[in-house]
Design a protein around this ligand. Structure first.
Ligand SMILES: Nc1ncnc2c1ncn2[C@@H]1O[C@H](COP(=O)(O)OP(=O)(O)OP(=O)(O)O)[C@@H](O)[C@H]1O
Ligand code: SF4
Ligand SMILES: [Mg+2]
Length: 356
């Protein structure tokens, strides 16, 4: 899946990315493999935000960490400003790392408790730029000010700050290397609601001022609605739908992927009637060690059960979920859907055999 880019302004293009983790014995014959990311493709334009949503364990963080080469990719390609991220030499990788940063969900856990704020923010400056001591000190003060912290805090330690202030320190550290692209991994999930808006506004201002591109990982669709331009929905290591946020969040009247429909029905986003008819999905998210055959969503999908009602026995299969037998469309149990553009809009893509 490649999003249509009319301005030729692509910063990042990811194609068929896979990140598998060997568990209990490695990739060898008897080992099991967690397919945390299993064939993900998307692209991101400069200055824009792609929201990445999905239930816990769907592979969102693993996508971000793989792109930053914090963990190795198993397969696939990723082009960042024309460079192939996964085949760079260590010298070129260091240069690229300056341009790609990450902000974490848990600001406390991601800041070294034994370092002062000044030391934390100065670290990337030491790695990526040759500055004199006084230039570095000035730059740290400037960065702290830019994220809304008093430069006098420079000698304090992370535990002396509130959660929101700690996230501001994490943002200052990410900005220090002057990146183009930031993976924001649930940057406000751990914060009080009143503080969340302040941090989101800060990220928004920084994007406008510095032309940053964000991959914005979130559980909360209301946050994505506020913040993202486009939204990709992940389920069991795959993207099942991607489009402009109004389409994905069901505000355009277009048909969504059945999984997206269920996610959106469960949250208070600004969609007429949202939350009123909550779609309850049966069963749990299956294990990425042993994903279902065919469409990975088929054991929980309301659409395949509904469509199977009018079909002959030959076109359907029986499955058991939560002790009950359900009839589903046979195709859904044996064919793996790929992301395809919908007929109405090439930038709206989803992976559903019965809606393509
Ligand atoms: N290092 C690892 N070794 C083995 N399995 C892993 C590893 N890291 C992640 N996983 C597994 O990969 C899957 C995807 O994990 P990931 O953290 O990317 O999900 P997520 O969508 O970010 O979830 P959350 O919303 O809870 O943060 C999960 O099943 C997780 O247990
Ligand atoms: S392919 Fe079948 S199981 Fe998968 S989402 Fe579409 S209808 Fe549901
Ligand atoms: Mg995560």
């Amino acid at each position: 899946m490649i999003m249509i880019d009319t301005t030729n302004n692509l910063l990042l293009t990811v194609s068929d990315l896979k990140t598998h983790f060997p568990v209990g014995g490695g990739f060898l014959r008897h080992g099991k493999v967690v397919k945390a990311v299993d064939g993900v493709s998307f692209s991101l334009q400069r200055g824009r935000t792609l929201g990445l949503v999905g239930e816990s364990g769907s592979g969102k963080t693993t996508v971000g960490r793989t792109l930053l080469r914090l963990i190795p990719a198993t397969a696939g390609q990723a082009q960042f400003d024309g460079q192939d991220i996964f085949s760079l030499s260590s010298r070129k990788l260091k240069k690229l790392r300056r341009r790609m940063q990450m902000i974490f969900q848990d600001p406390a856990g991601s800041l070294n408790p034994r370092m002062t704020v000044g030391g934390i923010v100065a670290e990337p400056l030491k790695v990526h730029f040759s500055l004199s001591r006084s230039e570095r000190r000035d730059r740290v003060a400037e960065l702290l000010q830019r994220v809304g912290l008093a430069p006098e805090y420079v000698n304090r330690y992370p535990h002396e700050f509130s959660g929101g202030q700690r996230q501001r320190i994490g943002i200052a550290r990410a900005l220090a290397s002057q990146p183009d692209f930031i993976v924001c991994d649930e940057p406000v999930s751990a914060l009080d609601v009143s503080i969340q808006a302040q941090i989101l506004n800060l990220l928004s201002d920084l994007q406008e001022e510095l032309g940053l591109s964000y991959l914005f990982i979130a559980h909360n669709l209301a946050v994505v609605e506020h913040f993202a331009d486009d939204v990709a929905v992940m389920y069991l290591g795959k993207i099942v739908e991607v489009a402009g946020k109004e389409i994905v969040l069901g505000q355009s009247g277009r048909l969504q992927h059945p999984y997206t429909e269920a996610l959106v029905s469960a949250v208070p986003v600004a969609q007429p009637g949202a939350g009123k008819n909550r779609i309850r999905l049966p069963g749990e998210v299956p294990s990425p060690i042993n994903p279902p055959t065919g469409c990975p969503f088929h054991p929980r999908c309301p659409l395949t059960r509904q469509k199977a009602e009018g079909m002959s026995a030959a076109e359907t299969s029986e499955i058991r979920i939560e002790g009950k037998t359900h009839r589903v469309v046979k195709r859904c149990t044996c064919e793996i859907p790929t992301l395809k553009p919908t007929t109405k809009d090439p930038t709206h893509q989803h992976a559903c055999l019965l809606r393509q």
